[in-house]
Write a protein that binds this ligand. Structure first.
Ligand SMILES: Cc1cc2nc3c(=O)[nH]c(=O)nc-3n(C[C@H](O)[C@H](O)[C@H](O)COP(=O)(O)OP(=O)(O)OC[C@H]3O[C@@H](n4cnc5c(N)ncnc54)[C@H](O)[C@@H]3O)c2cc1C
Length: 466
């Protein structure tokens, strides 16, 4: 046992189970301090996640207290300045888990170098992923660009890996303070109080994530292949924000799914979605240009239109297309949107309104609790047709048919667009055909901002230009 203090740099790892860096620190040190570096700049366009982060910090702090570990939050606008200062001290060993984003991995190299130069010991451990990014490549060493062969290889590689022995966290000797000028988790909360709704829906802590997983495996996973398509039911796990913030490790998800029930089509499909997350992380690390620009360069010439009126109607859920509006309102109210509806609203923005996917990506980033650069950028580029293994641009979702197929009775629409609650299922996805006293289109609910057939033809014409 070394006399030095064990520091654990907390990033997206708000958990005790399978938190390699934190566990290792408690095994090697009597005194451990966990610190979170809050970079205001990063969160300036991630308002919803400020709420999840703040709650995660206060919940995790309580949990760590019981293990006699202090969690300190330090405001820092530059990781570089912070660590250049920290390494002047020599009384610590530092641990952290990887975050599989190019900027973080690049910074890891910088940090490892300065620590080595100062003779400070450190350990950088595996992050929230089944495999490491470089482990899954084609035979010729190049990265996969198509999901199916990627996942076939990744799944096989993971199954054949010899699992490392699971270590357990240790209670420390005494809680100590290490950093100066720490801030309280409440300081991170967004100024606007719209997040009050989130409090009724989500509990950002490890226990809730694990419980949600158990309930999902018990009741839902068996029908996941089918159930995941219907936004009016809870057919998916809703684990995405827990996974993003590392309240649950994907290896835990894998093990629980495999151990609890014989593998069935639902489990296979569910684990393949975890596979999409891995694929997206592989993509952004091998093709980092896609974080800011089109993965497919030919889309650089796409004739996007700027239309602030349309963009604003889309954001507010006032497009006149019920399934689109329901999705956008669900997002704003709950910080989450069903995957099927993410595809529908995404397609509507990019294809019906011809607005650049980057605008949608930006808005989702601000509103989603599960926002992750890899899955958001890849999701948007998949929808827009400019991503790797994407839906072809010319396949344009028809919001009426999508609604009629996946929200047959209109329950989802009625939940989020209550002004349509009196419409029968015949009209719920095309309220412009509803002609009854007491309901006036344009007054009670917006007229469609574009006509589907015209918008579709225009989008196809625009696509021909590239
Ligand atoms: C335009 C667009 C933007 C998206 N932005 C994000 C984002 O910022 N963050 C995010 O986590 N997901 C994103 N997704 C993917 C997907 O919509 C969500 O992961 C999913 O809806 C989360 O709900 P769930 O936890 O119930 O998923 P489940 O269906 O229960 O799936 C389990 C887990 O697998 C992963 N997953 C599921 N579907 C996908 C997918 N298509 N791509 C990548 N991972 C997936 C998630 O971690 C999810 O929690 C986006 C999809 C689209 C079309």
């Amino acid at each position: 046992m070394t006399k030095k203090i064990g520091l654990f740099w907390l990033r997206d790892d708000f958990r005790i189970t399978k938190n390699d860096g934190l566990i290792e620190a408690t095994i090697n040190h009597d005194h451990v301090v966990v610190f979170y570096l809050y970079k205001e700049e990063t969160y300036k366009d991630q308002e919803a996640q400020k709420w999840w982060l703040s709650k995660s910090l206060s919940n995790f702090k309580k949990k760590l207290d019981s293990l006699k570990i202090n969690l300190e939050i330090v405001r820092s606008n530059s990781f570089k300045i912070f660590f250049d200062e920290l390494v002047k001290k020599q009384d610590f060993t530092i641990y952290w888990n990887k975050v599989y984003e190019p900027e973080y991995l690049k910074f890891d190299k910088y940090l490892s170098n300065i620590l080595e130069n100062r003779n400070i010991s450190f350990k950088r451990l595996k992050g929230n992923s089944l495999n490491e990014i470089d482990e899954i490549k084609k035979n010729d060493g190049s990265p996969f660009k198509v999901f199916t062969p990627f996942w076939r290889n990744a799944e096989k590689y993971y199954i054949e890996k010899i699992p490392s022995k699971e270590k357990k966290i240790k209670t420390c000797k005494k809680k100590i303070n290490y950093f100066k000028n720490c801030i309280k988790p409440e300081k991170i909360l967004p100024k606007k109080k719209w997040f009050k709704n989130f409090e009724k829906i989500w509990s950002p802590n490890e226990e809730s994530g694990l419980e949600q997983l158990q309930n999902f495996i018990k009741d839902k996973i068996i029908n996941y292949s089918e159930g995941r398509n219907f936004p009016n039911i809870t057919g998916t796990s809703k684990l995405s924000p827990f996974i993003k913030f590392g309240q649950i490790h994907v290896e835990t998800i894998w093990n629980e799914c495999i151990n609890k029930k014989p593998k069935n089509i639902g489990t296979t499909k569910f684990l393949a979605e975890i596979g999409w997350r891995e694929f997206n992380h592989s993509l952004i690390n091998h093709f980092p240009h896609m974080l800011k620009n089109n993965y497919s360069k030919k889309f650089d010439k796409f004739p996007w239109e700027k239309n602030s009126k349309f963009l604003s109607a889309w954001k507010k859920g006032l497009t006149g297309y019920p399934i689109v509006d329901a999705g956008m309102r669900e997002l704003y109210t709950t910080g989450w949107m069903h995957n099927r509806v993410r595809m529908i609203v995404g397609s509507f923005l990019v294809k019906h309104l011809l607005i650049n996917w980057k605008e949608g990506e930006k808005y989702f980033k601000n509103c989603l609790l599960d926002y992750s650069p890899a899955s958001n950028v890849a999701g948007w580029q998949w929808v827009a047709g400019c991503g790797a293994d994407a839906a072809p641009y010319f396949r344009i979702f028809n919001p009426i048919l999508q609604g009629e197929k996946f929200d047959k009775e209109g329950e989802y629409v009625k939940k989020w667009v209550p002004e349509l609650r009196n419409l029968s299922k015949k009209f719920i996805h095309k309220p412009w055909e509803f002609n009854e006293p007491g309901f006036e289109l344009g007054r009670d609910y917006p007229l469609p901002i574009v006509k589907h057939e015209e918008a579709r033809a225009k989008a196809l014409k625009a696509f021909k230009k590239i």
